[in-house]
Design a protein around this ligand. Sequence first.
Ligand code: GDD
Ligand code: MG
Length: 366
Amino acid sequence: MKAVILVGGEGMRLRPLTCSIPKSMVPIVNRPFLEHMIDYLKEHAIDDIILALWYLPHSIQSYFGDGSSFGVKLTYVVESSPLGTAGAVKNVEQHLDETFFVFNGDIFTDIDLTQMMRLHRQRGAKVSIALTPVEDPTIYGVVETDSGGRVKRFIEKPRREEAPSNMINSGAYIIEPEVLSHVPPGLNFTFERELFPLLLERGDPVYSYPSDAYWIDIGTPEKYLQLHHDLLAGRVKKTFPGERAGEGIWVEEGCDIHPQAKLEGPTIIGRNCLIGPGVRVMGPSVIGQGCHIGRDSLIQGAILWHNTRLGQGVALKNCVVAESVSIGDRSQVMEGCVLGNNVVLGCDERLAQGARVWPEESHPLP
Ligand code: GDD
Ligand code: MG
């Protein structure tokens, strides 16, 4: 079966994590987000995947190639200017000759796509939209349905008083190819503000597929951290690479962990890490491959990408530290902080709660 994944967005709300890579390449437990998504699609017999790209397409293409090492066929189509969600699918129309799935490229979910397809066919729908309940519908597309599940209204990012329900568009659709005849070629056009309202006005059969499966949009640092905490707490079914080195602790090959370091689960440690004496790692934490953690440092609920270096007595709490970051002795990075790739933080620095440090910004070295 075929799917289009929309991976063209700039991922602005995730910056600085997306300054040099697209949102779909952001690591989730040490593997690019998109790799997890491909695994999920394969479970539902979706193995012919078209990637609609715009922002930083090369990092995706060079990692995944033709998809064969990941057990799927991948086709890349790069837009010359961003075409919007529906415009991006119209732009790959030549590859779509049968009923297909579309996914926003930033949703992590285990919605039952096989069941969704069964219902789509049974109902003779032109479009099916998977729905998920959320607390704050105002930052999503809100969907109103009748008692038979048929969509009556679609309102993108409504004000609180305009939201008819808390069931939102999860960013997973099944679409019949003929629907694309309503999308103008080469123009910016979205499903959410243009195509869905148009189909509803025409009276076309648009159905919902409500699901209470796990679902999250990784589009902000808070949600990115949340997904890690959920995965590590076992709220989503997932197996982790590496050896179990204790209750909820997985360590990949080539690590040198000092006997006086203390690890508490759930924690995942990537390949070739060096962890010094007196270090304390408290879950839920992830340490990317090739990281060096200096003696007496504390990592508590933090996500570290590859090749980061921490000096001695560093404290990281509930934060995200991207690739090849260097943090000097005794520095502290507090809750909700996000450090972009290659950031250098000197000694005795303190980053207050929620600080974001961009790649080009470096703090004084000793
Ligand atoms: N190729 C391409 N071209 N992809 C794009 C473009 C484009 O011009 N614009 C956005 N995308 C991709 C993004 O990369 C992302 O994967 C997806 O489309 C959705 O864009 P977001 O920017 O993440 O949208 P959102 O999260 O604010 O809202 C969307 O997702 C919600 C669920 O997470 C909407 O579809 C909402 O209705 C929905 O509730
Ligand atoms: Mg999103």
